[in-house]
Ligand binder design. Structure first.
Ligand code: CP
Length: 299
């Protein structure tokens, strides 16, 4: 594994290797073999969890961490993307971790480069967020043992969600039963996976083993969005969750919009604790990804 671009391109065995290695890092039985390598964090979109956890993961592995700031870089003086990457490679960067609004940014960049680079996709456009799906899977495995045969219901803005797409890609490989709750304007025009869509929140989550909420991404919406109507129909609270999916694991990739997709009382209660565990697990999963990428898959 030289790059991590999209879950769709990983074999099941590669995903299992990542989560097993993450478990070894979490329990402290595994040491880094990539100390001294250099990671460059290139975030063109805002981020808290992904950026900080990649930074911490790199540091825990003993890697050097460079923060690339687009606005203060020579990109702002007209330097091309190709020249930027070729120079970063010449300077000594081993892995670029990139978040961008551009779908397919890494594939587009790889086509242009003089020498191959190691890239990790930290979220591109509305296409893929592979490390989020990996940490979600790690958390589900930790809590449920397996996802095979389990009902996983993702609720919200599926059309604009790279998290939902990467989760569907991963979970379908491992035999989960995929469900989604979304109003028609948040349903993607086409879907690559066998997802059963519901308009009713109660019907969608009924008997679910995992309920995953998504933030409405207002920054990606073109038309007006009526949050009052959305809240009335799709907001999850403790009462609904306890009635229809009392045993479900409650997940959210973050950031959360309190009072929109979820009530504060549910988020701050016992069920909401898994959401912070997802963020915690993200560090170990990203350590595993960086270890594997920087040893060309031989970790
Ligand atoms: N889940 C996620 O990608 O969060 P950030 O945007 O804060 O990184």
């Amino acid at each position: 594994m030289k790059n991590l671009i999209d879950i769709k391109r990983l074999e099941k065995s590669e995903i299992e290797r990542i989560v097993e290695l993450a478990q070894e890092f979490k329990t402290g039985v595994r040491q880094s073999s990539v100390a001294g390598k250099t990671a460059c964090l290139m975030f063109f979109e805002n981020s808290t969890r992904t950026k900080i956890s990649f930074d911490l993961a790199s540091q825990r592995l003993g890697m050097n961490v460079i923060h690339f700031d687009g606005a203060s870089s020579s990109l702002s003086k007209g330097e091309s993307r190709k020249d930027t990457f070729d120079n970063l490679k010449a300077i000594g960067i081993d892995t670029v971790i990139v978040r961008t609004k551009e779908d397919g940014f890494i594939d587009n960049s790889l086509k242009e480069l003089a020498a191959p680079f190691s890239f990790v996709n930290a979220g591109d456009g509305v296409t893929a967020h592979p490390t989020q799906a990996l940490l979600d899977y790690f958390t589900m495995r930790e809590k449920l043992g397996t996802v095979a045969g389990k009902k996983v219901c993702i609720i919200g803005d599926i059309a604009h969600s790279r998290v939902a797409k990467s989760n569907f890609a991963l979970l379908s490989k491992f035999g989960a039963r995929l469900h989604a709750v979304a109003p028609s304007y948040f349903k993607p025009a086409k879907t690559d996976f066998p997802v059963h869509y519901h308009d009713s929140l109660e019907e969608g989550i009924k008997g679910a083993d995992v309920v995953m909420l998504l933030r409405v991404q207002k920054e990606r919406l073109e038309g007006a969005f009526n949050s009052e109507n959305y809240i009335k129909k799709y907001q999850l609270n403790s009462e609904i969750l306890n009635e229809y999916a009392p045993n479900a694991l409650l997940m959210h990739p973050g950031p959360v919009n309190r009072g929109v997709e979820i009530t504060s009382e549910l988020l701050d209660g016992e069920k909401g604790k898994t959401i912070l565990e997802q963020a915690h697990n993200g560090v170990f999963v990203r350590m595993a990804v960086l270890e594997i990428i920087n040893t060309e898959g031989k970790a």
